[in-house]
Design a protein around this ligand. Structure first.
Ligand SMILES: Nc1ncnc2c1ncn2[C@@H]1O[C@H](COP(=O)(O)OP(=O)(O)OP(=O)(O)O)[C@@H](O)[C@H]1O
Length: 406
């Protein structure tokens, strides 16, 4: 036992070991507590992220559902029966006996237009007259003020329009005497902003005709059967308001080459075109309604549209050449105060791909620059800045168009 350590030395050693152990465990505990706190924080963050993603999924789902909703069928109430029942005639042909919600009883009347779900044929909406696109999607100008003098650089096009649209309206007898049938419809084609609408308005002005403009893409937007109803409505209106010019802008929206696919949207477009062709076929070309259509995409038109007896005169309305540009600039600066150093020829030379609409914008912008400088007349510098601004804005646009018009 002499060799053995004294008892209190052993005890001290054990104590130190225990203290060390406790310290070690306390350190481990601190680490674990810190780790738990960190995980709790992460959990809250992940829960928030989860909520955000849930919301995003919900909104994407509702977006998908919105895309899945088929177009609605349009119908007119023809009879009101007991027990909230109505007979409606759908624009696609058949009539249906349907129930309508009690809450709608005030708005249901004979002649009211309702939208039906394409699959269940239940009434999903009652279309009030303010929503009637026949009224909202159309521009009617009883007395357009544009004259041929306000159109620059389109001499040949004006001449051809006078012969093909104006003359048959003004002097139908001459065609009878000579024994030829004037063209029924005239198609203007060319890039945007080159004066197609302007030409159609000028014809209406010269013939004292009401100008009725419709944008074809508006025909086939929402309701099945609506397009053909609108086409019928427009022709009826034109006859009522005769003499009249019907101007159908963006005709390619309803007259693109027939597609193989047969979605309800495609069928609706075809029905609308059929109705337009039927209206034109049943039309007297020596009557007092002229029909002009316009497109930026002549390459995609259905050949049925340009057959004789339909749009059988096709007139190109191109981007103006340099002389044309100068004429257009003169027209749009006619009422502007210009400094003596303003050289319109220089602007015409430098506005390379500018359309008539661009040239008009250049004049307006130049005027705005002058006003900003608190000047009372427009300087050559103002025009240069305007040219830079408008043509720069058009750079991307014109590269797209050049693809279309090659
Ligand atoms: N040849 C032109 N002479 C004078 N002004 C023009 C001419 N072409 C265009 N403009 C000006 O640009 C405006 C827009 O032109 P317009 O609406 O006639 O073009 P558009 O060819 O019908 O275009 P879109 O294809 O986009 O319908 C006109 O109101 C007019 O101020």
């Amino acid at each position: 036992m002499e060799d053995s350590e004294p008892f209190n030395t052993i005890e001290n050693k054990e104590n130190t070991e225990i203290t060390n152990l406790i310290d070690k465990h306390e350190a481990i505990e601190r680490n674990l507590t810190w780790e738990v706190r960190k995980l709790e924080k992460d959990k809250v963050l992940l829960e928030n992220e989860n909520l955000r993603l849930d919301r995003e999924v919900k909104s994407l789902k509702s977006e998908i559902n919105r895309f899945r909703i088929p177009p609605l069928v349009l119908a007119t109430v023809s009879e009101i029966l007991d027990d909230n029942q109505v007979v409606v005639k759908s624009s696609t042909g058949p009539s249906f006996l349907l129930k309508y919600p009690e809450k709608d009883s005030d708005r249901i009347e004979i002649g009211a237009r309702v939208a039906l779900n394409q699959q269940t044929f239940s009434i999903v909406d009652i279309i009030t007259s303010e929503k009637d696109p026949l009224v909202s999607g159309m521009e009617i100008d009883e007395k357009p003020s544009i004259t041929y003098d306000e159109i620059g650089g389109l001499k040949d096009q004006v001449l051809e329009t006078v012969e093909t649209v104006e003359l048959p309206l003004k002097n139908p007898k001459i065609f009878e005497e000579v024994g030829i049938t004037p063209p029924k419809g005239v198609l203007f084609y060319g890039p945007p902003g080159t004066g197609k609408t302007l030409l159609a308005k000028a014809v209406a002005h010269e013939t004292n005709a009401t100008f009725i403009k419709i944008v074809a893409s508006e025909f086939v937007k929402k309701y099945i059967g609506e397009g053909s109803r609108l086409v019928r409505g427009v022709f009826e209106l034109a006859k009522e308001k005769a003499p009249a010019i019907i101007f159908i802008d963006e005709i390619d929206a309803i007259a693109a080459k027939r597609l193989q696919g047969s979605t309800s949207g495609d069928r609706e477009v075809q029905r609308t075109l059929m109705q337009l062709l039927a209206e034109m076929d049943g039309f007297e070309s020596r009557g007092n309604v002229g029909i002009i259509a316009a497109t930026n995409r002549p390459d995609i038109l259905d050949p049925a549209l340009v057959r004789p007896g339909r749009f059988d005169r096709i007139i190109e309305v191109p981007v103006p050449d340099e002389d044309g540009k100068l004429e257009i600039l003169k027209i749009h600066t006619k009422n502007m105060s210009l400094d003596v150093d303003v050289d319109l020829k220089y602007i015409a030379q430098n506005a390379k791909s500018a359309s008539g609409a661009d040239l008009k914008s250049i004049c307006t912008e130049a005027g705005m620059f002058a006003i900003r400088e608190e000047h009372h007349s427009v300087s050559a510098k103002n025009f240069e800045d305007a040219l830079e601004k408008v043509m720069h804005k058009n750079k991307d646009k014109s590269s797209k168009e050049s693809v279309m018009f090659v």
